[in-house]
Design a binder for this molecule. Structure first.
Ligand SMILES: [Zn+2]
Length: 478
C-alpha cells in the first residue's frame, strides 16, 4: 500500500520587543531567574494587562509578509490549563478571531515551487520555564518566570506539506521572513522559534485524511526533519500491520531519534476558552495598517528576483545570497563596486561563505568588507592576477587585513603575460616531457591541456593561460 504523508506546522516565534506582551517587564534573554517579573506577569489578583502596541505591529507585519487577511477587529481569550510555569493558571491568547487569517507562502524544493497555505496567525503570551537541576531532577523542580508574558506569534499552516524536506523549506522561509522584517531574533538555540508538528498518512485513493499525531516543541531544523521522517514511517508500519493510529501528543526523543507516546490529546473543550474580560477588542484602523504596509522592507522572494535580474546572476546564486538579509547586503555592496557581478556572486557563495561557516561567525563579523573584496576581484578582471593567485591574496587579506593591491605587490603575484618569460617556461616544459611531445606530434592534440597545466604549475599560477596556449601551439606545431 502506498501512503501520502500530510504534515502541518505550528510555529511559535518570539517577537523582538523590549518589553513583554501585557506588562513593561524586560524580555532580555539570560537575565537572572525571576528578575524580569512583576505582579502582572506573575498573575497576582487585581492586576490589569495592557497590550504592547509594538507586538501587535510586528504580528501585522508578519501577516502582510505571508499574504494574510488582517482582521480589523480581533480579541484575546483565556486558555485554561494548569502547569507550574503558568502562574495565572491560564494563558492569554487569541482564539475565536485571530489578528490574521488565510495567507500563504511559496517554498522551493529541488527546483520546484509550491504554495503552502497559512491558516492563521495569532498573538499570545509565552509561559515560564521549569528547570530540573542536575542530580536532583527527581525531587526538585525550579521555575523561572522571566519568559512569562513574552510576546509570541503562532503561525499555523494548512496541512499541505508532504515531506520532511518541504517542512524544512517552509520553516526556513518563515524564519527568513521574520529576520528580514526584523521582528524576531531567530536564534533557535535560545528558543526564539519553536515548532509543533502534526503528521498523518493517507492511504492512496482514500478520500479523507488519516488520524494525526502531534509532536511539540522541536527547536532545530534537524529535529524537525527527523521527527517527521520517523513519525511517517512509524504510522505506515502501524497501518500496514493492521493497527490504527491513535490521536495523541508524542514526545520527540532527541537522543534516540524516536517519538514516544506522551498523553492523549486534550480536546479543545478541556481548555475552557473564554473571552479575556480585562482586555478590549483589538482594533486595527485603516490608517495604521497603511502606515505599517508602507514601511515593510523588501522581502526575500522579491529581493531574489531583483538581484537575479539586476546583476545578471544565476537563480541558484541569487537564492543562496538572499537566504539572509546581511548576506544579501554584503553581496550587493561587492557587486555594486566591482566590474564582474557574476564573479562576485560566485566568490561570496564559495570563498566568503566557507570562511563564515568554518569560523562560525556572521557576515557582519567577516573581516574582509565588501569594498576590499571588490578591489580583489577587479584585479582578476583587469588581468593583474590569476584566479589561483587571487585565492592566495584572499587568505592573506583575511590574516593581515591588508589591501589586495598591497599583498599582490609584496608577494610579487602579478600575472606573467610577458612573452619572453612564458616562452622560457614553455621550453623547459617541452624539454622535460619528450614522450608527451611525441604523442602530441603523432596526432594526440588533446594533450595540449596537459602542457598548459604544466606551464601554469611551473609559473606558480602566474602565467596568462591564453598566452601560454598560443606559445605552446606555436612551438609544438613546428
Ligand atoms: Zn511583568
Amino acid at each position: 500500500m502506498n501512503y501520502t504523508p500530510v504534515v502541518g506546522l505550528e510555529i511559535h516565534a518570539q517577537l523582538a520587543t523590549e518589553s513583554k506582551l501585557f506588562c513593561s517587564c524586560s524580555t532580555e534573554f539570560g537575565a537572572p531567574p525571576n528578575s524580569n517579573t512583576c505582579p502582572i506577569c506573575l498573575g497576582m489578583p487585581g492586576v490589569l494587562p495592557v497590550v504592547n502596541k509594538k507586538a501587535v505591529k510586528y504580528a501585522i507585519m508578519m501577516a502582510l509578509a505571508t499574504n494574510c487577511r488582517i482582521n480589523r477587529r480581533s480579541g484575546f481569550s483565556r486558555k485554561n490549563y494548569f502547569y507550574p510555569d503558568l502562574p495565572k493558571g491560564y494563558q492569554i491568547t487569541q482564539y475565536e478571531v485571530p489578528i490574521a487569517e488565510d495567507g500563504y507562502i511559496e517554498i522551493e524544493t529541488d527546483g520546484k515551487r509550491k504554495r503552502v497555505g497559512i491558516t492563521r496567525i495569532h498573538l499570545e503570551e509565552d509561559a515560564g520555564k521549569s528547570l530540573h537541576p542536575e542530580g536532583k531532577a527527581e525531587e526538585v523542580t525550579s521555575v523561572d518566570f522571566n519568559r512569562c508574558g513574552v510576546p509570541l506569534i503562532e503561525i499555523v499552516s494548512e496541512p499541505e506539506i508532504s515531506s520532511p524536506k518541504e517542512a524544512v523549506a517552509y520553516a526556513n522561509k518563515i524564519k527568513q521572513l521574520l529576520e528580514y522584517l526584523g521582528i524576531c531574533r531567530g536564534v533557535l538555540a535560545e528558543g526564539n522559534i519553536r515548532f509543533d508538528i502534526n503528521v498523518s498518512v493517507m492511504p492512496e485513493g482514500a478520500g479523507s485524511l488519516g488520524v494525526r499525531t502531534e509532536i511539540k516543541n522541536l527547536n532545530s531544523f534537524h529535529s524537525l526533519a527527523k521527527a517527521i521522517e520517523y513519525e511517517i514511517e512509524r504510522q505506515i508500519k502501524v497501518l500496514d500491520n493492521g493497527g490504527r493510529v491513535v490521536h495523541e501528543t508524542r514526545l520527540w526523543d532527541e537522543k534516540k531519534l524516536i517519538t514516544r507516546s506522551m498523553r492523549t490529546k486534550e480536546e479543545i473543550s478541556d481548555y475552557r476558552y473564554f473571552p479575556e474580560p480585562d482586555l478590549l477588542t483589538l482594533v486595527v484602523t485603516d490608517k495604521w495598517l497603511d502606515e505599517i504596509s508602507s514601511t515593510l522592507p523588501e522581502l526575500p522572494d522579491a529581493r531574489c528576483s531583483r538581484i537575479e535580474k539586476q546583476y545578471g546572476i544565476p537563480h541558484y546564486n541569487a537564492s543562496v545570497l538572499t537566504s539572509t538579509k546581511p548576506l544579501a547586503d554584503y553581496f550587493e555592496q561587492v557587486a555594486k563596486l566591482c566590474k564582474n557581478s557574476v564573479r562576485a556572486s560566485n566568490w561570496v557563495i564559495t570563498e566568503v561563505m566557507k570562511v563564515i561557516n568554518e569560523r562560525k561567525i556572521t557576515v557582519d563579523e567577516f573581516s574582509v568588507r565588501g569594498k576590499a573584496l571588490a578591489e580583489l576581484l577587479d584585479l582578476i578582471d583587469d588581468g593583474v592576477i590569476s584566479q589561483t593567485a587571487a585565492k592566495e591574496v584572499f587568505s592573506a587579506m583575511l590574516e593581515t587585513g591588508k589591501s589586495a593591491a598591497r599583498i599582490v605587490e609584496e608577494k610579487g603575484l602579478f600575472r606573467v603575460s610577458d612573452e619572453q618569460a612564458i616562452r622560457e617556461i614553455v621550453d623547459k616544459v617541452i624539454a622535460e616531457h619528450p614522450k608527451e611531445v611525441k604523442r602530441y606530434q603523432g596526432g594526440k592534440k588533446q594533450i595540449l591541456g596537459f602542457f598548459i597545466g604544466q606551464v601554469m604549475k611551473l609559473s606558480g599560477g602566474k602565467a596568462d593561460p591564453k598566452v601560454a596556449q598560443r606559445i605552446l601551439q606555436e612551438v609544438l606545431d613546428n
